[in-house]
Design a protein around this ligand. Sequence first.
Ligand code: NDP
Length: 481
Amino acid sequence: MSVFKGQNFIDGAWRDSSVQVETINPSDLDETVGTYAKATPVEVEEAMAAAKRALPAWSAFNMQARADILRKAGDLLMARATEIGLLLSREEGKTRPEGYGETIRAAQCFHYYAGEVVRAQGQWYNSMRDGHNIIVSREPVGVVAAITPWNFPIALPSWKVAAALAYGNTVVLKPSSFVPGAAIMLAKVLEEVGLPKGVFNLVIGDGSAAGNIMIDAADALTFTGGTATGRVVLKRAAETMTKCQLELGGKNALVVLDDADIDLAVEIAANGAWIQTGQRCTGTERLVVTKGIHDEFVERLAKAAAAYRVGHALDADTQIGPVANEPQFKGNLEFVADAKYEGAEVAFGGTAVEARTRGLYMAPTLLVNTRTEWACNQHESFGPIVSVVKVEDLDEAIASANACDYKLSAGIATTNLKNAERFRRASQAGMVMVNAPTAGLEYHVPLGGRSPSGYGPRETGAASAEFFTESKTSYINHGAI
Ligand code: NDP
């Protein structure tokens, strides 16, 4: 297959560079997927300056015209879902349905935010003073720096960029260096639908080098990535008091109670833990299982793991693609080795597996007989690895699920409404799922977790107005008019 060539997109122009970065297909380490022009520090500064220049005109841009641009971008993404999905499969290792589905989700986000442009944003209040009233309006936050990770290369940039543009902001996007291809396809779409120059810019560059320049010059930073990186960017943003929205790591627990529908519990546990190679921030990494159902549940889940076909992302029968990149692959294997050293037993997987090409393949992995406080239940693996903790009852299950710093997503499998509601209320996670996988989010409602899984206002849905706009309260004395 041909090598994808990508450049930086700054002030409406494509810019090449003497420094190139390459990406490799995780399904086939002998295949180069893309070569990309790396932005120099001066180019990153230029991108930020272009976004600043474009801001006044874009924030005053006709509402209908702005909505039309976003809707057309969604239409084009939808029309190109097969092509972009293929690039996702080659560069990130998603299966064909995952790559296609993610691109459709990106398109839906643009359609959703096209609607948000024309939705009412302000509030009108009576005043305590006679002859006055009060208007609370929302204004664009300004130049937005968007920094994204490698696991959702098109959907994640799309929900950030579409929201930023909808509320009248201009953007500089820096995608993950592992997967810049899809973000470049997004830039091409935005160029084609007639977005004025400078409103959207894309730079390819190393996290800290490009990131620092972006954070220093931006009015707001929307960042998704690991919690450790989140801490670094937050410190940097504190210097300039740049507004922050950080979506960070997770260590999501699914509680399985004795009264669960065991077929459903196995299905949602397997889906949460292993689909998309476990590389979802909301993926299930901990299973907290009450003692009555524990043995049968573990036995059936191990069988489910064994039934998955792991292989090349482009093969029609592949259900789990490769791990997305080499550092993540090595980290996964080290994670299992450390867990075994702690005392975990491997009920299935734990190793690399072979496929028809030389790729980063790992078996879906089930660790059992682990304890809540062990590192394997406290540190995010971000791989296809899940550990089981056996507990006495719902009280202990709630305590175990909450006994972890991360607070992103959590779930419960139960047929008892009272137990479900108790868990829903007691969980400290930002998102709670009842009889559904801990992963699998919708774009019209808030996404995010409590610190250290998230920091600042939530993203997606109407909640995104909180971050992408600033509030203005105006007191108006009619008597004086
Ligand atoms: P990283 O934190 O390594 O990188 C994320 C982005 O930050 C990349 O674009 C990276 O650039 C950039 N970056 C790295 N260092 C800096 C820095 N000092 N300043 C500014 N930017 C920087 O995360 P991964 O890409 O490895 O993604 C996996 C992580 O993302 C997991 O922890 C996962 O849980 C989390 N995640 C959270 C989600 C949520 O909604 N809560 C959703 C999806 C993922 P470069 O690639 O050039 O290094």
